[in-house]
Structure formats: structure tokens, C-alpha cells
Design a protein around this ligand. Structure first.
Ligand code: UDP
Ligand code: MG
Length: 317
């Protein structure tokens, strides 16, 4: 493992026209400095994955590619979401790269730790996780929801790296491992630790998005968290089962109680407790059905074995 390794930076982009040129400029400077120090091969690339953007993102990528072949582009046929776009980029890069680093188009992930990631790779790590040291630039809401997310995932038994998003280095063989995961419900953060191999972390401070707005509104974040949990853990089902047993035990007590009240001749008194239990059990059943349904929905999607993405064009070379 020497400075002859080909590095591909993989950047998913959805409606990023406001940041793309600046991002490209900063990443190019970073690549050039690594070339000069002989850290990586000059065949390394900066690969943008256009995730069905509705703005000028793809035009800018084409323009960048024409100006300098270090910039390469992958265009998905439509918007498939961050995780699928990232996978599309990684799987395309895998063919030529020895190392890939995935990062966001808005440069919230500190570009300066790329060197450290590559060094850790050269020390023999196959996966290097970028871990955020502070959340000082986030809004209270983002901080609160993000931390709640990690806590919930851990409580649900999903093995994820705390405060690590999708800023990570992966070697060719780690990517080959990733390719073996055939699931449609894709949650990379949960899958990558399952690949194995030696891994390490680097810490960085996350910056503010310098232009454009977040492509992760609350609705997408909630969908992402739900996906993360239901794709990896059956704890919610177990929880419901435990709850069901508890409710059943209570209902036996209620039965004894109502019988006692009945034989004491105070029959009308049972109405309140009955109506409450009807509502409680009805609600719980609905909840249980909903959760079971979530899993059945996932099984349904998995059995279809739909392609996770379709690539329209590849700009490379
Ligand atoms: N992104 C994408 N497809 C989507 C949504 C987002 O490829 O449907 C990309 C986006 O362009 C960015 C990255 O995913 O490069 C992270 O998105 P964003 O910065 O908006 O998320 P946040 O940092 O607010 O969590
Ligand atoms: Mg961002």
C-alpha cells in the first residue's frame, strides 16, 4: 500500500447547483496537494453522482468534466435518495478505485481529514469512519433529533458508529463486501459495520452548509430513522409482544375484579373500566398490526428484488 493507490471521492448531489462549483474547487485543491505529496495516484477522481436533480446540477457536472477529466459524473435516471445515490457512486467507483471516500456535496464534512483517512488506510484499515466531534453549528432541532436518532438506534440493537454519518473511507475489498448485501431497504450506516475488516475513526468538526438548504427535511429524517430501525432490528416486534403479554395479564386481573363486583351486586360500576380497556386494547392492536405490517411491507419489497438504481450515463476518463 503506497502512494500508487487510486482514490475516488464520491459525492451524491441532489439540487446542489448553489454549492457544486465551490465544492469542486476545494476538492480539486485537496487532490492536488495529495498528488504533490505523492500520497495517491494521479489517476484519482472526484466523482459526482447526480441523484435526479431538478436544477442545473448535471449541467455543472458535465461542465466540470469537460474542463478537467479529474471530475467524473454518474447520472441516475431519477431521484432515488441519498443512500441509493451513494451506493450507485461507490459501486461505479469500485471498478477502478483502490480507495473511496464518500462525502456530502455541501462540504459540511471537513475536507482536511481526507489526508488522515488515507493515512489510516495506508496503515492497514479497510474502513475509516469520519466521526463528528461537535455539533456547534447545528440548530437545536437538528442536534436534538440527530442525537435522539443515535440513541434510539442503539436501544433498538442496531450497531452503528456514534455520530458518524456517511463520511467514510472504504477500500476496494470493503466495497466488494458491501456489494454482497442484496437488500433493497438500504441503510449504509448499519450495513458497513457488518462488512468487518480492520477499521478506525477520525474526528472532525462539522461545518455549516455554506449555500443551498438541507435536503433532509423532518419528513425524510423520520422516514430514514424508521427505515434504519425496521431494516435491522426485530426489537419493535418483541416489544409489542411483551406489551401484549402485560396487557393480557392486566385483563385477567380486570376479569377477576369485575366478577367480584358482579357477585357483590354492583354491576353498573364496571362500565368505566370496561370502556377504558376496550379502547386500550383496540389501540394496542392497531399499533401492533401497524408494526407487523411494516415488516411485511419490507418482505414484500425484498421479494421484488428491484434494482436499487439505474445509471443513465457515466462520465469517466
Ligand atoms: N442528497 C441526495 N439525494 C437526496 C437528498 C440528499 O443525493 O434525495 C445528497 C445531498 O445533495 C448532499 C447529501 O445527500 O450531498 C446530504 O444532504 P444534506 O446536506 O441536504 O443533508 P443534511 O446535511 O442536512 O443532513
Ligand atoms: Mg448537509
Amino acid at each position: 500500500m503506497t502512494g500508487n493507490d487510486i482514490l475516488y471521492l464520491v459525492i451524491p448531489c441532489y439540487n446542489e447547483e448553489a454549492v457544486l462549483r465551490e465544492t469542486a474547487k476545494q476538492l480539486l485543491a485537496k487532490m492536488n496537494s495529495m498528488f504533490e505529496r505523492g500520497m495517491i495516484s494521479r489517476e484519482s477522481k472526484i466523482m459526482f453522482v447526480n441523484d435526479g436533480s431538478k436544477d442545473k446540477t448535471w449541467e455543472i457536472i458535465e461542465e466540470l468534466h469537460a474542463s478537467n477529466p479529474i471530475y467524473s459524473g454518474v447520472k441516475l435516471s431519477r431521484n432515488k435518495g441519498h443512500q441509493n445515490a451513494l451506493l450507485a457512486g461507490l459501486m461505479t467507483a469500485k471498478e477502478k478505485a483502490d480507495i473511496t471516500i464518500s462525502l456530502d456535496a455541501d462540504l459540511q464534512d471537513d475536507v482536511d481529514v481526507i489526508d488522515q483517512m488515507v493515512e489510516k488506510y495506508q496503515e492497514g484499515n479497510d474502513i475509516v469512519y469520519g466521526v463528528r466531534s461537535a455539533r456547534t453549528t447545528d440548530t437545536f432541532f437538528k442536534k436534538f433529533t440527530a442525537q435522539g436518532f443515535y440513541k434510539l438506534m442503539q436501544a433498538m440493537g442496531v450497531e452503528i458508529v456514534y455520530n458518524h454519518a456517511d463520511y467514510r473511507l472504504m477500500s476496494k475489498r470493503a466495497l466488494e463486501g458491501l456489494a454482497e448485501f442484496k437488500e433493497v431497504n438500504l441503510f449504509l450506516r448499519g450495513i458497513v459495520p457488518l462488512i468487518g475488516y480492520k477499521s478506525d475513526t477520525v474526528t472532525y468538526e462539522r461545518h455549516e452548509r455554506f449555500a443551498g438548504e438541507s435536503k433532509y427535511p423532518l419528513k425524510k429524517m423520520l422516514a430514514f430513522a424508521t427505515d434504519g430501525i425496521t431494516s435491522f432490528s426485530i426489537k419493535p416486534i418483541r416489544l409489542i409482544t411483551a406489551f401484549g403479554i402485560l396487557i393480557f395479564a392486566i385483563s385477567i386481573l380486570m376479569l377477576l375484579y369485575s366478577l367480584v363486583v358482579h357477585f357483590m351486586g354492583k354491576t353498573v360500576a364496571g362500565w368505566t373500566s370496561m370502556i377504558i380497556s376496550i379502547w386500550a386494547i383496540g389501540g394496542l392492536q392497531l399499533l401492533a398490526i401497524g408494526i407487523v405490517g411494516e415488516y411485511i411491507g419490507k418482505i414484500y419489497l425484498e421479494t421484488k428484488e428491484r434494482p436499487k438504481y439505474i445509471i443513465e450515463t457515466v462520465l469517466d476518463e
